[in-house]
Design a protein around this ligand. Structure first.
Ligand code: SF4
Length: 353
């Protein structure tokens, strides 16, 4: 008991006392969360997590690159930028049948949401029409839909909403201060404007960032402060760990302390208690133990599948094995073996096609 009294944020947890979502975080407050003793931070995050979610449930999304490479933007971490030579093979917009097949496979492997990414600065109205057909196709397969296509005008956001798109992803990437070190071809305000258009159109917002890009803790504070102080918390908050791709300016950046990554997840959970906090890119470089700590800190969504746009991701079977070891229910369903999942998918296919 005395150990608890020694710790300023030991029970009762101050975050669970007030159910109101906050949008007025100061940098000092967020820094104070990052500086908590690790055990106190995780304890508080876990308590808040349990208030709003089943602590043993993780939502699963799959991401497919529907148009790869040749992007005019210069995001320094990205192998799809035309500015860097990473040997990435370019691909035009995928045909509808290919996307339908990928969605069916993703559903059979246990994903509930199908995200499609295209390497554009912004979609042309002609491209948007084609993408809308893809969205309708994926919806017909019974999955939630998410797109990431770059910047959107308010009219484009409305068209996507009218087509039934559930989520739009547009990341803030990093803090406003560090942003100039990462991208020069679009501004931070451009990003905020796109998020605003998506929100105004009535779609759910998916927005997060990337850590481990050589930023300081103050920048991680700045990123989470921006996300939590949006008019509404993003429904999904992907926290990516930089994947260092050879040929990008970030290929040799120093690795982030894994425990600092876990802290970032826990602080995100405390600041945005009702949002899905997603482990996204970089999971391939995380140990099982680090991922388990992230789930304990409040992460409750993952990207699943062998590829994340263009970088490797842990293979689906390994994810399921980890869930089984941790007693985690993917999408709230009891864990099933791969063979059982395949059999169920086949039976489902018999009745619907
Ligand atoms: S992150 Fe997106 S916008 Fe930036 S270069 Fe890559 S594909 Fe283009």
């Amino acid at each position: 008991m005395s150990a608890q009294l020694d710790s300023p944020l030991s029970p009762p947890c101050p975050f669970t006392a007030n159910d109101e979502l906050r949008h007025d975080w100061t940098a000092e407050e967020v820094t104070a969360l990052f500086e908590l003793p690790f055990n106190d931070l995780l304890f508080n995050a876990q308590q808040v997590h349990r208030q709003h979610f089943d602590a043993n449930e993780v939502q699963i999304s799959t991401l497919l690159s529907i148009k790869t490479g040749a992007c005019p933007e210069d995001c320094k971490y990205c192998p799809q930028s035309v500015h860097y030579n990473t040997g990435l093979e370019r691909e035009k917009l995928l045909p509808l049948d290919t996307v339908r097949e990928a969605a069916r496979k993703a559903k059979a492997s246990g994903a509930s949401r199908f995200c499609m990414g295209a390497a554009w600065k912004r979609p042309s109205d002609r491209d948007l029409e084609k993408v809308i057909d893809l969205v309708k196709t994926v919806r017909d397969e019974g999955m939630e839909t998410c797109l990431t296509l770059g910047m959107l005008s308010d009219a484009q956001a409305q068209r996507l909403k009218d087509a039934g798109l559930d989520y739009y992803n547009h990341n803030l990437d990093t803090s406003p201060d560090y942003y100039k070190e990462i991208i020069s071809t679009r501004t931070y305000q451009d990003r905020l404007d796109t998020l605003d258009h998506v929100r105004q159109a009535g779609m759910k917002v998916c927005s997060g960032g990337i850590v481990g890009m050589g930023e300081s803790r103050a920048d991680r504070v700045g990123l989470l402060q921006q996300l939590a102080n949006l008019p509404e918390h993003p429904n999904s908050v992907p926290i990516n760990l930089l994947v260092k791709v050879k040929g990008t300016p970030m290929q040799d950046v120093a690795a982030l302390d894994p425990l600092e990554f876990v802290r970032t997840i826990a602080v995100a959970r405390l600041m945005m208690p009702k949002s899905r906090v997603r482990l996204s890119a970089g999971r391939n470089d995380m140990s099982d133990e680090m991922q388990a700590l992230c789930f304990h800190a409040g992460a409750n969504s993952i990207f699943y599948g062998e590829k994340l746009l263009t970088t490797d991701n842990p293979i689906a079977n390994h994810d399921m094995e980890l869930f089984q070891r941790l007693g985690i229910k993917p999408n709230g369903k009891p864990w099933v073996s791969d063979a059982e999942a395949q059999a169920a998918a086949a039976a489902d296919g018999d009745t619907t096609h």
